[in-house]
Design a protein. Structure first.
Lengths: 164, 155
C-alpha cells in the first residue's frame, strides 16, 4: 500500500506505519462515484471537524480507493483539493489493484464493477456495487465497529472514539 | 451602428425565447427548485440534485438533459442491495405525476454530470436544461456544495 498523493516524487510504503499508535477512521471509495462516496467522505469531514472542536487528537483519517486503476495519486489529490479536505490528519490511499483488493477483502468490504458509461472519446468508466462503510480501528489495529458511511451518526462515532 | 442593431435584435430574440420557454413551462405547471451539485474534478463525475414540481393536471416525463459543464448527462439511481451495500444504475425516464413533486436527492435519483469539463469547486454556479415530454426545456440553476444527507433524505 502506498501513499503518493502528497509527495508524488517520493513514493514510499507508509501503511500501516503512519497510523501506528493512532485510532483510525477509515472509509472505502471510488472517485467516479457521484452520490454515495461523497456522502461518506463528507461524513468523514464532519467527524474530523467535531473531533477538532472537542480537542480529541490521536485520530488518523484514511480513505482507501478500491478503484486504483482510475484513482491514481493525482486523481486522489484533486479529489481532496476540490472538496477542501483538511489533510493534516487525513490520508488518501491507492496502490496496486492486487494490494487494494487484498485489503478490502481482509476487512470485509465488497466492491464489484457493475454498470458502465462509454464516452464518445471511447473512455469507459465503471460504477461499483460496494460496501458503504466507515470503519473505526483502535490503536492496536483491531476493527472496533463498522458504520454505514453515507448515513453515519456523527455523534455516535465520536462518542465511540472517546471511549477508546 | 449596424452591428449594435444586430446585437440588440439578437438580445430581444433571446429574451423572447426565454420568456416563451417560461410561459410554456408555466402552462404545464412544471417548476424546478432547490438545485445544487457536488464538487468534481475536471473529467470526473458530479451529481445534480433538484426538486421538480408538477402543479399541472397531467403527468409529465423527464426525458433528457443538457449542460455545457459535462460531456454527458444521465438520470441515475442509487440503490440499496442490503443494509451494507449500495449500487448505482441508469434510471432512464422519470415520470412526474400531476399535483406532486419529485426530489432528486442524495442516496436516490440524481442527474449524473458525466465527465465534467472543468473543476466544479464549492461555491461555483452551474446551469443545466431539463427536457420534459410536454413542458419542453426548463433551465435549472445549481450551486456547487458538499451537502450532508438530512434525516428526511435517510427515510
Amino acid at each position: 500500500m502506498v501513499n503518493r498523493c502528497l509527495k508524488p516524487a517520493r513514493f514510499r510504503f507508509i501503511f500501516p506505519d503512519f497510523v501506528k499508535g493512532k485510532i483510525v477512521v477509515m472509509n472505502y471509495i471510488f472517485t467516479n462515484c457521484p452520490d454515495i462516496c461523497p456522502l461518506s467522505t463528507n461524513n468523514m469531514r464532519l467527524i474530523q471537524e467535531k473531533l477538532k472542536r472537542e480537542k480529541v487528537d490521536n485520530v488518523q483519517f484514511v480513505s482507501l480507493s478500491f478503484d486504483p486503476e482510475n484513482d491514481i495519486p493525482e486523481v486522489l489529490r484533486k479529489f481532496a483539493g476540490v472538496r477542501n479536505l483538511d489533510l493534516s490528519n487525513w490520508t488518501l490511499l491507492t496502490g496496486d489493484k492486487s494490494v487494494t483488493d487484498a485489503v478490502i477483502k481482509k476487512v470485509g468490504v465488497m466492491a464489484v464493477p457493475n454498470d458502465s458509461t462509454v464516452f464518445k472519446s471511447g473512455r469507459k468508466i465503471y460504477y461499483f456495487i460496494h460496501t458503504d462503510r466507515i470503519q473505526l480501528i483502535d490503536v492496536e489495529g483491531k476493527t472496533r465497529k463498522n458504520y454505514k458511511g453515507s448515513t453515519i451518526n456523527v455523534d455516535e462515532i465520536v462518542a465511540d472514539i472517546k471511549k477508546l | 451602428m449596424k452591428r449594435e442593431l444586430l446585437i440588440i435584435i439578437a438580445l430581444i430574440f433571446t429574451f423572447n425565447l426565454i420568456t416563451l420557454a417560461q410561459q410554456k413551462s408555466n402552462n404545464y405547471g412544471i417548476q424546478i427548485q432547490k438545485g445544487w451539485a457536488r464538487p468534481a474534478v475536471k473529467y470526473s463525475n458530479s451529481a445534480l440534485y433538484f426538486v421538480i414540481e408538477n402543479r399541472g393536471s397531467k403527468i409529465d416525463t423527464l426525458i433528457g438533459a443538457q449542460s455545457k459543464v459535462a460531456e454527458e448527462l444521465e438520470v441515475h439511481e442509487s440503490f440499496k442491495i442490503d443494509n451494507d451495500r449500495m449500487g448505482m444504475r441508469p434510471a432512464g425516464k422519470v415520470a412526474i405525476n400531476p399535483n406532486s413533486e419529485f426530489e432528486f436527492k442524495p442516496g436516490g435519483f440524481h442527474l449524473m454530470l458525466l465527465g465534467v469539463l472543468k473543476d466544479l469547486n464549492i461555491g461555483d454556479k452551474i446551469e443545466a436544461v431539463l427536457i420534459l415530454k410536454y413542458a419542453g426545456k426548463i433551465k435549472v440553476q445549481a450551486e456547487v456544495r458538499d451537502m450532508q444527507m438530512t434525516k428526511e433524505m435517510k427515510q
